[in-house]
Design a binder for this molecule. Structure first.
Ligand code: DGI
Length: 138
């Protein structure tokens, strides 16, 4: 059993796609063990995206992710980290497989609807950034 950090980004929330994304996660058979709507501070955004600091798109990425509310979740299930990445599709929506969230709902890499942890270490780190242990209800 694995847990991963999933976030509907501000574009997904603005476009009313939160329900669609929750539906896909639950239909798959995964369990949402924590969830909250929040506006991310710049400081938290810079921590979350720390690996991209110094890249040309970093400031735009921080501006975007803090531009409106997100819906943050912890998703649990077998192979949840890699399976959620598969449901999300590739970072660049034009490279995402048909039927994935990014292929179905996004056109640009700047606004690609959803975030999901890319491995066990980032999952543990990101869950710790956004949730207190007592907010996770298994
Ligand atoms: O884990 P992912 O979101 O699939 O991808 P990532 O961790 O490599 O990058 C995090 C986010 O940063 C990604 O969802 C969108 C943005 N990003 C990544 N590479 C580029 C980018 N934005 C722009 N404009 N250009 C990029 O090359």
């Amino acid at each position: 059993m694995e847990r991963t950090y999933i976030m509907v980004k501000p574009d997904g929330v603005r476009r009313g796609l939160t329900g669609e994304i929750i539906n896909r996660i639950e239909r798959k058979g995964f369990k949402i063990v924590a969830m909250k709507k929040m506006v991310i501070s710049r400081e938290t955004a810079e921590t979350h995206y720390g690996e991209h600091k110094g890249k040309p798109f970093f400031d735009g990425l921080v501006n975007f992710i803090t531009s409106g509310p997100v819906v943050a979740m912890v998703v649990e299930g077998p192979q949840a980290i890699s399976e959620m990445r598969r449901l999300m599709g590739a970072t660049r929506p034009w490279e995402a497989a048909p039927g994935t969230i990014r292929a179905d709902f996004a056109t640009t890499v700047d606004e690609n609807i959803i975030h999901g942890s890319d491995g066990p270490e980032s999952a543990a780190r990101e869950i710790g950034i956004f949730f207190k242990p007592e907010e996770i209800i298994g």
